[in-house]
Design a protein around this ligand. Structure first.
Ligand code: 26V
Length: 820
């Protein structure tokens, strides 16, 4: 089946083997007698890479010749995971590679294990970017990703004495076969310095920016092969290097050491990914990263446009740029600067070009995640950009004043500059003003941004500028790669693997939801995947879990708004209930394995305390002979993309239990359901649309709705709200030392007994009720499996291919290019 759309340039198995051996002997300078799994992985990936490069070249040539509009996805994060399996699948060469290495004495699974994750992202936002570029290639859009080539990805997590301990993720130790360094593409980037203006011979005022520090951006290209298509797009990642003539003066003055030290500083710009998820901290190096990456990318895009010799006004007909959150918002200012300062375009004409080029995607309403840069820091680092921002703001506020002459407060509210001490640049406002479309990532979220954080902008621009594009996931990685057996079973009913390109074809399995044979096969696959996870748990955590138990999973970044604390309080409640059961009652109870995983931002005390509590509970519960198989608690360390590929297919239930209105979309919710797990969740983010698609009988919803959240918070602030009685019992157990030193958990408990900002107590009873229903329903195996099948059958909407089509149609105005 795969061979059908294999990359044409890739010959058969023998050719692959020849290439493999050649790479072992020449590229790696090893012999076949001295080739371990790591070397074999490297040789195999070199052989695959060669093919990708051929397809890549062909695609780029085709796109250049056809000269149609391209889309550029600017994201500071691309959480790609491993590349090899994906490259084989998308290029249609998995079978020949597999049997090719098998003949030579290697197991393909062992080779795949050798690859480190490309973990250049924190969580949902970064993984979404990875799914999106897969879909852009798979649906034949001419599109590039632009990001940073961090030397250190998201830190590695170990659990020591129950606590998270971070260590650096230096992922480039053995070089990276999936990137092509482009040493010839070097772009000078300026920082600091000062601005001047003068009047030129034509009487025009010209602005110049004399930078104080210069670094160089070097391009690294990562081919992005589409699935079942010849299209291979590009992900261009920038690395910072010292400029050629770094600090010549010092060098010549004989101060060699400090000269080298200075030059090394340049490399720190792209050295490390900031490990915060949904939290902003105004570090200068972070702003430097943003400008470095934005300036390099725009320079590249503009250079490509200029080669076509079109007039500037056609720029938006050739170029669409999507801003993944506010992190690349400086691109708005940089493009305006290029046009007016470097290219001599008039302000208004330039601004038209800019606003027609950009689209902005918002990914969070959490106030602590919104970027605001202090004006003094900004002015020092990017003096000319600050001037341009003032100008943009002035024109914008003049327009608003004209439209709403009597509303003085409005001007202060929507100004890009917040009048605090010090003043702050509100990046989201700048992104809105500089874009022609603004979108949220799920229906509820897109409504919320219109009625809360961006309300005034809806008044000013009207509602059409604001829209929704619900997130999606790539079925290639999240179904076929992660769960090949389920994909194969589905293919027997769909009649082909076409559902991997048109996910709505999943509908064809719905008639088999009650078919006993199909159900049996479905259950067998789920068991297999649970056994695979159980083996992983045995290896990493050292104990056995019962594969017949209900696997209940919550894996995601640890954050109070995602409410892992509510989950672990629920686990404690379950533990206390089991302790109080008679032997008869125990026989009736549903055994559970509660799986947790996720990283806390290194400086997030409360999230770290939650991790400690989960591990403390795990230790006590798992060692308690009274409990036996009825409850096991597992914290899987270092949750990442490749672990998700093992964990996601193994869930019976997964939890997506954020306080209503706080999780913009969530995307792992989609992954779990696509793999036959059901959701226990709140009425939040994409859970709402998942419910609509799969039917409310096939999801366990609970908790207060977003519209009640404000009132509830108000009540907590201004009156004594009694603590939920079951939660009180849980807190008593913690405070009496059941899980070790209770002092450790003091602040966690008082965050709930106090203002309970995330409404843990308010939702707790409803949560327990939903959990009880899950326990009961899981006993009825027939209905459970038919619900699982029905849910999967209705997940077509959540393909990232659909999301990309929506962006292409309503924001980018780009069309697919068929390869000839
Ligand atoms: C990210 C970062 C990264 C490090 C430095 C500071 C900082 C500040 C803010 C943010 C914003 C992160 C927003 C985010 O990750 N949102 C998630 O986006 C997912 C994809 O749309 C969505 O599924 C999740 O619900 C949402 O939380």
């Amino acid at each position: 089946v795969w061979q059908k759309f294999g990359v044409k340039e890739f010959g058969g198995k023998e050719e692959f083997q020849q290439e493999f051996i050649r790479h072992v002997e020449t590229t790696l300078a090893r012999s076949m007698y001295n080739c371990d799994d790591l070397a074999a992985y490297q040789a195999a990936s070199q052989a695959i890479r060669d093919r990708l490069i051929v397809a890549w070249n062909k695609t780029q040539q085709e796109h250049t010749t056809k000269d149609r509009k391209r889309v550029y996805y600017l994201s500071l994060e691309f959480l790609m995971g491993r590349a090899m399996d994906n490259a084989m699948l998308n290029a249609g060469i998995k079978d020949i590679t597999k049997s090719g290495v098998a003949d030579l004495g290697f197991k393909i699974e062992d080779l795949l294990e050798q690859e480190p994750d490309a973990a250049l992202g924190n969580g949902g936002l970064g993984r979404l970017a990875a799914c999106f570029i897969d879909s852009i290639a798979s649906t034949n859009y001419p599109g590039w990703g632009y990001g940073l080539r961090y030397q250190y990805g998201i830190f590695k997590q170990r659990i020591v004495d129950g606590y998270q301990v971070e260590s650096p993720d230096y992922w480039l130790t053995f070089s990276n076969p999936w990137e092509i360094p482009r040493y010839e593409i070097q772009i000078d980037i300026m920082f600091y310095g000062y601005t001047r203006k003068y009047t030129n011979d034509d009487g025009k005022v010209v602005h110049v920016w004399e930078g104080g520090e210069q670094v160089q951006a070097v391009a690294y290209d990562v081919p992005v092969p589409g699935y079942g298509t010849e299209t291979t797009n590009n992900l261009r990642l920038w690395a910072s290097k010292p400029t050629r003539e770094f600090d010549f003066e010092k060098f010549n003055a004989g101060d060699y050491e400090s000269s080298v030290r200075e030059s090394q500083k340049a490399e720190t710009i792209s050295a490390v990914l900031y490990p915060n998820d949904n939290f902003y901290s105004g570090k200068e190096l972070r702003l430097k990263q943003q400008y470095f990456w934005v300036a390099a990318s725009l320079n590249d895009i503009v250079r490509r446009f200029k080669k076509t010799h079109r007039p500037w006004k056609e720029f938006p007909d050739q170029v669409a740029i999507q801003l993944n959150d506010t992190h690349p918002t400086l691109a708005v200012v940089e493009l305006q600067r290029i046009l007016i300062d470097m290219e001599g375009v008039e302000w208004d004409a330039a601004w038209n070009i800019v606003t027609n080029t950009f689209g902005y995607t918002n990914h969070t309403v959490l106030p602590e995640a919104l970027e605001k840069w202090p004006v003094p820091l900004f002015t020092n680092l990017l003096p000319r950009h600050m001037e341009i921002i003032y100008e943009i703001n002035l024109f914008f506020l003049q327009k608003v004043e004209k439209m709403f002459p009597k509303e003085r407060d409005l001007l202060a509210r929507v100004s890009i500059i917040e009048e605090s001490t010090p003043q702050q640049v509100r990046m989201a406002y700048l992104a809105i003003i500089g874009s022609h479309k603004v979108n949220g990532v799920a229906e509820l979220h897109s409504e919320l941004i219109k009625t809360t954080i961006f309300k005034d902008f809806v008044t000013i621009y009207g509602p059409d500028k604001f829209m929704n594009v619900t997130n999606g996931i790539t079925p290639r990685r999240w179904l076929h790669q992660a769960n090949p057996k389920l994909s194969d079973l589905i293919a027997t009913k769909v009649g082909s693997y076409d559902f991997l390109k048109d996910l709505n074809l999943l509908k064809k399995i719905e008639p088999f939801a009650h078919d006993p044979k199909f159900q049996d096969e479905w259950v067998t696959i789920k068991k297999f995947n649970k056994a695979r996870l159980a083996a992983h748990i045995k290896q990493s955590n050292g104990f056995d879990v019962n594969v017949n138990a209900l696997f209940d999973v919550q894996v995601k970044r640890i954050h109070e708004y995602k409410r892992q604390q509510m989950n672990v309080f629920g686990v404690i409640h379950r533990y206390l209930s089991i302790k109080a059961m008679t032997e008869e009652e125990k026989k009736e109870a549903t055994p559970r394995v509660c799986v947790f995983g996720g990283k806390s931002a290194p400086g997030y005390y409360m999230a770290k305390t939650i991790i400690k509590l989960i591990n403390a509970v795990s230790e006590v519960v798992n060692a308690d002979a009274d409990v036996g198989d009825l409850l096991k608690v597992v914290f899987i360390a270092d949750y990442n993309v490749s672990k998700a590929e093992i964990i996601v297919p193994a869930s019976d239930i997964s939890q997506h239990i954020s306080t209503a209105g706080t999780e913009a979309s969530g995307t792992s919710n989609m992954k779990f359901v696509l793999n036959g797990g059901l959701i226990l969740g709140t009425v939040d983010g994409a859970n709402i649309e998942i419910t609509r698609e799969v039917g409310e009988n096939n999801i366990f919803l609970f908790g207060h709705l977003a519209e009640s959240v404000e009132d509830l918070r108000h009540k907590h602030r201004f009156s004594d709200v009694p603590l939920d009685p079951n939660l009180a019992k849980v807190f008593n157990a913690i405070e009496s030392g059941t899980f070790g030193d209770p002092n450790i958990y003091g602040s966690l408990i008082s965050s709930v007994t106090g203002s309970d900002y995330y409404l843990v107590s308010d939702d707790f009873q409803s949560y327990l009720d939903a959990q009880k229903l899950v326990d009961q329903d899981f006993k009825n195996k027939d209905t459970w499996v038919s619900r699982s099948i029905t849910a999967v059958a209705n997940m077509g909407f959540f393909s990232s291919d659909r999301a990309i089509d929506e962006y292409a149609e309503s924001i980018w105005n780009v069309e697919p290019i068929a390869m000839e």
